[in-house]
Design a protein around this ligand. Structure first.
Ligand code: WTA
Length: 657
């Protein structure tokens, strides 16, 4: 386990915070028995499943006979939108589903009745465009109310949505459209970001040039900009929905019909289309949303994630809606017009649960206590984090400055592949420790194993595995079941003994009390501001440049973003490395993948440290970037190059300052 990056202060951390007494007495889930109930996994999830709307009941809770390809609630049928919309539209029609807050301060409220109507109209509109059950629809949008509407309209028809984060480049969008063979693309004319506009439709057009499968593009007018419109192909959203009937019967789907594909970075260059299905996913997302956030009828819940990521799918759209919750959706960034925007929103809507990322919390910390100090945050009851390890210092700041010491913090560990939260405190039950995601949720089972797959005793560290199937687990990688088995299951399972263990790609440590402390990725995936980016994807983008011979990319520790992308590049003979070329290469990566993948630093070098078999030693580059003493270099074919790279990296760091 030499490659697991250590996180500061873990070993010294001994503070503990019991749940606040008033929460224990009033929370919906407040009994320690819940963990024992969760030991009977199938029973636990079956009982939770009963709170959803099904058309036809299941024959079997879990069919694991085709492991590692799971089937949950087999034989059952449903349409997820009936749990998310219809039942609330009839029981509490005027309850607010979403408060929408635009970046420029414009706002809208959308009731459950209104949301059902809009989704039904759009589903009718998509049907008019020829969308049928099973078709794939790509969604590439800014955070506007029509974004969740688009997902739900697909689900209403049994069509499979594939959301592509609006910050991705045309090239990344095209790859995803092509992999899924999407028939329709839903986008916006423009999106708003930090007082500027982003030309989403122009990006989508550039992508679709390379995609044969796309028959129609639906354009939501967010800014009203005059955008290119391809006759016969492009359709204005408002024109389309306004001519539809406000009613659309939901298409009956099997529990195992796919609900969506969401692409995520893995250890190779090609993004993986993670497939989630209907019944189990909804049970998992809904249960964890309700129990981890201690959801109550009058709550105003705000998850700040973009719907383009899994957190937005599960905890802005499906979980909260199935629970009939009232959520806030905010369009923009945290420092527009000023650095107190989040706290304005909390006060304005009297937010009760805030769910955000450690990178944001560290940024707020850096901005200082004055900004949250300007607003009344007394409505907050529970604070959540997700996306990366949270350091104890940021955890304590969140608790003290935002939560005023009153609000439990739920540090939730999970992944695109897990569909919903796996390891997290229950706010009225679990004693929390700053920096620890605590323990697996009821109904979930996790372990930590060593290189040989042996369970590591309490007090030790190793690889995090999930050793029991759960309802929202990914069912496969789209069109690539072998890769699904290889990536997640091959390493620590023994099929002969019928033992399946899902390998998450994360390192973790478990303390004497059995608490899990997540230590970051152990593979070639970087985590920048909570976003997964593969080193290989960035390397390919760099090598695509005519001046570049070879590139190696690593994630180096960064106090705000968790990791920052550091690139080491060797140039083709005769090319001179200079500042303009650095700028060009950074733009090249932004253009190919998206701005989130733009390297923070690029160092030119004559050669890269390689083993005798030619494998790039990224670990050494990490040591150099984080200015650690270099470890053993004897296995290197070209040991002298390391000193040279270290010298150049140091030089660059000095000029940056
Ligand atoms: C990391 C986001 C530590 C982890 C929901 C995981 C975390 C990857 C936490 C998944 C957490 C997520 N503590 N690390 N609470 N939550 N991670 O697929 O490395 O975008 O494997 O899903 O983020 O990222 P993804």
């Amino acid at each position: 386990m030499t490659d697991i990056p250590a996180i500061d202060a873990l070993y010294q951390e001994s503070r503990k915070f019991p749940p606040p007494p008033e929460l224990v007495s009033s929370a919906a889930t407040n009994s320690t028995r819940i963990y024992a109930e969760g030991d009977d996994h199938q029973n636990f999830w079956e009982e939770r499943a009963r709170s959803l709307v099904w058309r036809h009941p299941w024959d079997q809770v879990l069919d694991w006979s085709g492991a590692p390809f799971a089937k949950w609630f087999t034989g059952a049928t449903l349409n997820v939108t009936e749990s998310c919309l219809d039942r609330h539209a009839s029981a509490t029609p005027s309850k607010i589903a979403y408060y929408f807050e635009g970046e420029e301060g414009d706002s809208r409220t959308i009731t459950y009745a209104g949301l059902l109507e809009e989704v039904s109209r759009f589903a009718n509109g998509l049907a008019e465009l020829g969308v049928e059950k099973g078709d794939r629809i790509a969604i590439y949008m800014g955070m506007v109310p029509e974004f969740p509407v688009a997902l739900l309209a697909c689900a209403r028809l049994g069509a499979v949505h594939s959301v592509v984060f609006g910050g991705f480049s045309p090239e990344a969008l095209a790859d995803r459209i092509n992999d899924a063979k999407a028939k329709v693309v839903i986008t916006c004319d423009q999106s708003r970001r930090k007082g500027q506009t982003v030309d989403l439709k122009a990006f989508a057009d550039a992508a679709i040039e390379r995609c044969d499968s796309v028959e129609h593009v639906v354009v939501v007018a967010r800014t009203g900009a005059d955008v290119n419109r391809v006759p016969g192909r492009d359709v204005d959203y408002r024109e389309l929905v306004s001519r539809q009937r406000p009613v659309r019967p939901a298409t009956e789907c099997s529990s195992e019909d796919p609900l969506f594909i969401l692409y995520t970075s893995g250890t190779t260059g090609k993004p993986k289309g993670i497939v989630h299905t209907s019944g189990g996913y909804l049970v998992g997302a809904t249960t964890t949303h309700r129990e981890v956030f201690d959801l109550r009828p009058d709550d105003v819940y705000w998850c700040t994630a973009d719907i383009g990521w899994i957190t937005g799918h599960s905890y802005v759209v499906y979980g909260p809606l199935a629970n009939g919750a009232t959520s806030v959706i905010y369009e923009g960034v945290a420092d527009y017009p000023d650095k107190d925007r989040f706290w304005n929103i909390v006060e304005k809507y009297r937010v009760t649960q805030l769910y955000t990322a450690p990178t944001s919390i560290r940024t707020f910390m850096k901005w200082g206590d004055d900004f949250p100090g300007r607003n009344d945050l007394s409505s907050l009851r529970i604070l959540g984090t997700v996306g990366e390890p949270i350091n104890p210092e940021a955890w304590m700041w969140y608790r003290d400055v935002i939560g005023k010491g009153r609000c439990p913090i739920v540090d939730t560990w999970w992944q695109t592949e897990t569909g919903h939260m796996m390891i997290s405190p229950l706010p009225a039950v679990t004693e929390t420790k700053p920096g620890s995601a605590s323990m697996p949720l009821p109904g979930i089972s996790a372990d930590i194993v060593d290189d040989e797959g042996r369970s590591v005793p309490f007090g030790g560290g190793g690889y995090l595995v999930l050793d029991h199937p759960w309802p929202g687990m990914a069912r496969t990688i789209y069109n690539d079941p072998d890769r699904f088995v290889d990536t997640y299951w091959a390493r620590f399972s023994s099929p002969a003994e019928g033992r399946w263990r899902y390998f998450a790609g994360d390192g973790a440590k478990r303390d004497e009390d059995g608490y899990f402390w997540l230590l970051g990725r152990v593979d070639d995936v970087m985590n920048v501001s909570g976003h997964r980016i593969s080193t290989l994807e960035v390397e390919s983008a760099l090598v695509d440049h005519p001046s570049v011979a070879e590139a190696a990319v690593i994630g180096r520790a960064d106090p705000i973003t968790g990791q920052a992308i550091a690139a080491f590049v060797t140039l083709k003979a005769g090319v001179k490395g200079n500042q303009p070329l650095i700028a060009e290469l950074r733009d090249q990566v932004a253009g190919k993948i998206g701005k989130i993948a733009r390297p923070a630093s690029i160092v030119f070098t004559e050669d890269l440290p390689k083993t005798r078999s030619g494998k790039i030693m990224r670990r050494l580059l990490r040591d150099i970037s984080e200015q650690r003493k270099l470890g053993d270099v004897t296995t290197l074919a070209n040991a002298d190059v390391v000193q040279e790279i270290a010298r150049r990296a140091q030089m660059q760091a000095t000029t940056e300052e």
